[in-house]
Design a binder for this molecule. Structure first.
Ligand SMILES: [Fe+2]
Ligand SMILES: [Fe+2]
Length: 272
């Protein structure tokens, strides 16, 4: 009745693999307690733990899949939803008493669901995540992009373009805090001839002053965006404002762990 971990289940993402192993250990403990049938309290406690761990795990997976743009992320999340409903139903049975023989049947059904999902849907998802994590490495070693690499490159560029447009919208709304929120905590901004500003607070103060001084209506004139790697995009562009113009020599947008794009570097010049 136990489930045994098999290295074939390894998805290559350590945190997730460890969570899968933990879920199997907890599940097996639950089976042992049900078979021993000595006290109703302990299996109920283990079911509650299993339910919590499954929810945490599903959430972690869904965030990861969304961050990597997994095309079947929604379908995967729907499967998780079904699985969570089953384990919540099991928890309800254990907390409200009931026939022990029926309960062991329900426990085994959960084990079957866990095993099937881990060995099939999860492996499919993590194959995609691993292939998309660094398609440029594949490009360098083979001379060809792996399937999907160009799509990934387009996706990261689109994400950077949207993030940059968001920055422009904040600026044009006179929202310095919004502009600052687009930068990483330790971002570096080099604004010639004003100087160098390190960290989001210094960058916020700069944009507050610029906006207070009456600069507005920024437009990027035919920006160029280039993916540097799977998570980074460089933007260059000429720009104009109501009372100035200049050039962006390097906006470096980097994808964060939550999937959002933020500025790590911002180099630009004000020509007048
Ligand atoms: Fe999983
Ligand atoms: Fe999953």
């Amino acid at each position: 009745m136990h489930i045994e971990w098999d290295d074939q289940f390894t998805g290559g993402i350590e945190e997730i693999d460890e969570q899968h192993k933990d879920l199997i250990i907890i599940y097996n403990q639950l089976v042992d307690e049900c078979v021993a049938n000595q006290s109703p309290v302990r299996p109920a406690y283990i079911v509650v733990l299993l339910t919590d761990k499954i929810k945490e795990h599903c959430q972690a997976e869904e965030q990861l899949l969304a961050a990597h743009g997994y095309p079947k992320a929604q379908h995967h999340a729907a499967d998780h939803g079904e699985f969570i409903r089953s384990v919540e139903d099991l928890q309800h049975r254990f907390l409200t008493g009931g026939n022990p023989d029926l309960k062991i049947g329900s426990v085994m059904a959960i084990g079957k669901q866990l095993l099937e999902h881990t060995a099939s849907d999860d492996l499919d998802a993590f194959d995609y995540v691993n292939a998309s994590a660094n398609p440029w490495a594949a490009h360098q070693s083979t001379g060809n992009f792996e399937p999907g690499a160009e799509t990934m490159s387009t996706m990261i560029v689109d994400a950077a373009k949207a993030a940059s447009e968001r920055w422009q919208s904040f600026f044009n709304a006179g929202d310095a805090a919004g502009c600052a929120s687009c930068y990483e905590d330790n971002a570096v901004m080099v604004a010639k001839p004003f100087g160098e500003f390190v960290g989001r607070d210094a960058i916020l103060a700069f944009w507050q002053k610029i906006i207070a001084d009456g600069f507005a209506d920024v437009t990027y004139m035919s920006p160029t965006l280039t993916a540097e790697d799977a998570k980074s995009v460089v933007l260059t562009s000429d720009w104009t404002m109501n009372n100035a113009h200049g050039v962006i020599t390097r906006e470096l947008w980097v994808q964060q762990n939550d999937g959002k794009m933020k500025l790590r570097e911002d180099h630009f010049e004000v020509a007048g």
